[in-house]
Design a binder for this molecule. Structure first.
Ligand code: HEC
Ligand code: HEC
Length: 498
């Protein structure tokens, strides 16, 4: 259902002969339109995360492109150069996007790393002692390879152990109710690597974030992000990751412009057009395109594979020939420009599910609490998009759906904070996750695990992981703990409704 049918229902409710129209359909407040008038879907079925925005639906050519682009996200890539969706060589992280982003949502918590398992949305984050990436591996390390190449990591040797955690309150609220906390410990033995590794390395897991709505986030002006940073800095409640807001550190785009980060937990991407999805369609599946005619591999990998006598023999090629292939900058494009454009229309065209039940009494109470105990400092409810005139990457500029001047409700400040949880990632800096649409997670993906490594199995656990003594959210959690059970549940109900 789109906004027009809702308005129609409203009118029917008011003008029908029924003397008492149901209050819930009489008026929808702005907050129901999580993705703004142009970016919200009222579909709340199991397909809620994969709907096109109104901006796409209102344009026949874009609706068609959206359908073509959707297939590139949902279907498997293959190694057949004469077939559709060719890629994966010589190494890949997964064979499809959806393998990690089950039904377009967060991934699910698992106890093993299996790249063939649908919904195991984990990326391995392998770093040096100072949390910088190990340079012998790609930032997103691959565990799949095309014969006779070897994957950089043999995934059969990866183990993920889930350990119990006791917080300082003994995992108990003052009223006696208990909760449990678990966190992952990941180990990969040295023998699992087919590239030379440094003496010390550590491994963390990073799970997927939802994809819907990233087009709306893209339409927020850079200035608004910087204003939010300055606002929180002036509040002085906690330290911010100041390095990220030094303009010299902004992310360099193809057209030479620089932008502050807004995507990924690491805030490593500044625009959708050079964002995690636009990069993933090249590096996750190793699919070349006209402006990326090279493999996503490291120098260390090219050296190790080309020097491997077994691979030389199986390919019947010399070290030099194998190295030249692996490092070539002139490979054939496996994806046409048209495919890429369709893919980006789909990507920027995904709607956010409308909020639900906001007029419910408990949800209203939960909303009041969310605003009063400090959650909104980081989970900023509302943003307004700008003119949304993207002019960067010439392959797609002017061809994508636009969302000018929309009032949207992602519930994130798009900044990083430190919650300082056990076995935290990247020195603890993590972008505040958008909360919009999450309440439908169970229905849409079959799981509702949360946080950057899916350690929280429900909302209460997610909130309690915000509570360590050093956490930037400590004060909110202290207030949360002291709420009555009824009020804690009302807050959860509110989060499930947005
Ligand atoms: C190996 C699993 C995996 C696969 C496959 C994968 N992703 Fe992701 N994706 C992730 C993880 C993990 C994150 C969060 C990482 C981070 O924040 O750095 C993420 C984040 C994203 C985001 C950012 C969301 C945000 O709010 O910042 C988008 C968009 C995205 N992926 C799109 C895609 C697309 C499109 C594909 C296919 C071309 C894809 N992903 C394939 C694991 C995967
Ligand atoms: C200091 C900033 C800050 C405050 C205050 C804060 N959060 Fe968060 N929140 C974050 C960050 C950062 C993450 C991502 C952490 C991660 O995944 O490791 C997050 C993640 C979450 C998630 C999990 C999202 C997901 O789907 O993975 C929920 C739920 C959540 N917060 C709810 C709350 C509630 C409720 C409050 C108030 C009691 C609150 N937060 C206060 C910063 C904050």
């Amino acid at each position: 259902m789109n906004k027009y049918s809702i308005l129609f229902l409203t009118a029917a409710g008011i003008f029908s002969c029924n003397p008492e129209p149901k209050p819930s359909i009489v008026e929808l407040s702005e907050e129901y339109y999580s993705g703004g008038v142009l970016g919200t879907t009222f579909n709340e079925t199991a397909a809620a995360y994969e709907q096109p925005t109104v901006a796409v639906e209102d344009n026949a050519a874009m609706s068609l492109a959206f359908k073509y682009g959707e297939a590139l996200f949902e279907k498997e890539f293959t190694t057949n150069p004469d077939g559709v969706r060719c890629g994966l060589g010589p190494v890949s992280v997964r064979s499809s996007c959806i393998a990690c982003h089950p039904n377009y949502g967060h991934g699910k918590r698992t106890t093993s790393y299996n790249s063939k398992e649908y919904g195991n949305g984990y990326l391995l984050v392998v770093t040096n002692a100072d949390d910088s990436y190990v340079s012998a591996l790609t930032g997103m390390p691959q565990t799949q390879a095309v014969y006779p190449f070897l994957p950089p990591i043999d995934e059969a040797q990866i183990s993920i152990n889930w350990l119990e955690y006791q917080d300082e309150w003994g995992n108990k609220f003052p009223d006696g109710e208990q909760y449990s906390l678990i966190y992952p410990e990941v180990t990969i033995p040295r023998a699992a690597f087919n590239v030379p590794m440094p003496d010390f390395y550590k491994v963390r897991l990073e799970a997927t974030i939802g994809i819907y709505g990233t087009g709306l986030i893209d339409a927020i002006p850079d200035d608004s992000l910087i204003a939010q940073y300055n606002y929180e800095k002036n509040l002085g409640y906690f330290e911010l990751n100041n390095e990220k807001y030094n303009p010299a550190n902004f992310i360099l785009e193809n057209d030479g412009t620089r932008h502050p980060g807004r995507y990924t937990y690491g805030l490593t991407r500044g625009t959708l057009q050079n964002g995690p999805g636009a990069n993933a369609i090249w590096n996750i599946t190793n699919v070349t395109r006209s402006n990326r005619r090279y493999h996503y591999i490291t120098e260390a990998y090219a050296v190790a594979m080309s020097q491997n006598a077994d691979i030389q023999q199986k390919l019947g090629k010399s070290e030099q020939e194998i190295y030249a292939y692996l490092k070539s900058q002139n490979l054939e494009s496996e994806m046409t420009d048209k495919d890429y454009q369709d893919f980006m229309v789909w990507h920027r065209g995904l709607a956010v599910p409308a909020a639900r039940n906001l007029d419910n009494k408990d949800v209203k109470r939960g909303r009041e609490i969310f605003y009063s105990i400090g959650c909104t400092t980081c989970h900023r409810p509302k943003w307004t998009t700008g003119a949304d005139n993207y002019t960067g990457d010439t392959l797609v500029a002017g061809k994508l759906p636009r969302y000018p001047y929309q009032k949207i409700y992602p519930y994130t400040d798009l900044l990083q904070h430190r919650l300082r949880m056990q076995n935290d990632i990247r020195t603890g800096w993590c972008r505040t996750t958008p909360l919009w649409g999450r309440g439908l997670s169970q229905k849409v993906t079959g799981a509702s695990d949360r946080l950057h490594d899916m350690r929280a199995r429900n909302v209460i656990e997610a909130i309690m992981w915000h509570g360590s003594q050093e956490s930037d959210a400590r004060r909110s959690v202290e207030k949360f703990r002291n709420l009555s059970k009824e009020d804690r549940e009302a807050l959860v109900k509110f989060l499930e409704s947005i």
